[in-house]
Design a protein around this ligand. Structure first.
Ligand code: URA
Length: 240
């Protein structure tokens, strides 16, 4: 693949901008500047640097972000900064692929919710991870306003009715982790689902953190606001 096309596919700007970056000597491969925009490289696994910043070619982007509180999952946020501002410019500017708008979040978390958020430009992956038919479990650590009792846990497991659907919505698992702390596993992703389920059993969410999706837990060394690429092993844990 030509170097200018590699840069373009990774979000470094239009083809013309990418060709310009190369011709200006700002791009190196194996620490050697390359000034021929049409130079051919094997894209898979290619490491290169643009303006001194190291990058690795990824045909598709699969990312894990530790969403901090006070950020919105929208590209056009209304009150708080967008989560997309936490990504480096190439990831925000990757060209659009079929059915996606470049890199986008897999589902949304509320402004005040923290924890695991997946982002990708693979539309089929988004579909598989979000579709209720695929039952990907998501684990939430809930801090409730009032002490949680066994009756509330029983109701969450049996199912509660939310205001937009007469069908019962159940927690796949629910355990007490402290007097006001609940670990709740859901396999669907309805709007404000945790907050509405907790309200339906007469309590209230004061803090919400997503700690696990499928078999992948939020790594302890990924601080709020940080992101990283998902490895093939991570992806296998998400989709066993
Ligand atoms: N359920 C909620 O109520 N909010 C979230 O952010 C995620 C799940």
């Amino acid at each position: 693949m030509q170097l200018q096309d590699i840069l373009f596919s990774q979000g470094f700007g239009t083809r013309r901008v990418c060709a310009g970056l190369i011709q200006q000597g700002r791009v190196s491969v194996d620490r050697q500047p390359v000034t021929d925009a049409a130079a051919e490289f094997e894209a898979a696994g290619l490491r290169f640097a643009v303006g001194g910043v190291e990058w690795e070619y990824h045909e598709k982007a699969y990312l894990l972000l530790h969403k901090p509180a006070g950020t919105e999952c929208s590209r056009k946020p209304s009150a708080y900064p967008s989560i997309y501002t936490l990504l480096p410019p190439p990831l925000r500017q990757r060209p659009q692929k079929a059915a996606t708008q470049g890199v986008q979040a897999v589902g949304r978390l509320d402004q005040d919710t923290t924890g695991m958020l997946l982002l990708t430009d693979d539309g089929q992956f988004i579909h598989r991870m979000s579709s209720p038919r695929h039952h990907v479990p998501k684990v939430y650590e809930v801090t409730a306003k009032h002490a949680v009792d066994e009756r509330q846990i029983g109701r969450l497991l049996e199912g509660v009715v939310l205001d937009d659907d007469p069908r019962l919505v159940r927690a796949a698992a629910c355990e007490l982790a402290g007097e006001r702390l609940l670990r709740l596993t859901l396999t669907e992703g309805k709007y404000h689902q945790v907050k509405r389920m907790i309200a339906a059993v007469g309590n209230r969410v004061e803090g919400l953190h997503r700690s696990r999706i499928g078999g992948l837990a939020l790594p302890a060394d990924l601080a709020p606001g940080q992101w990283r690429w998902l490895s093939p092993a991570d992806l296998a844990l998400l989709e066993p």
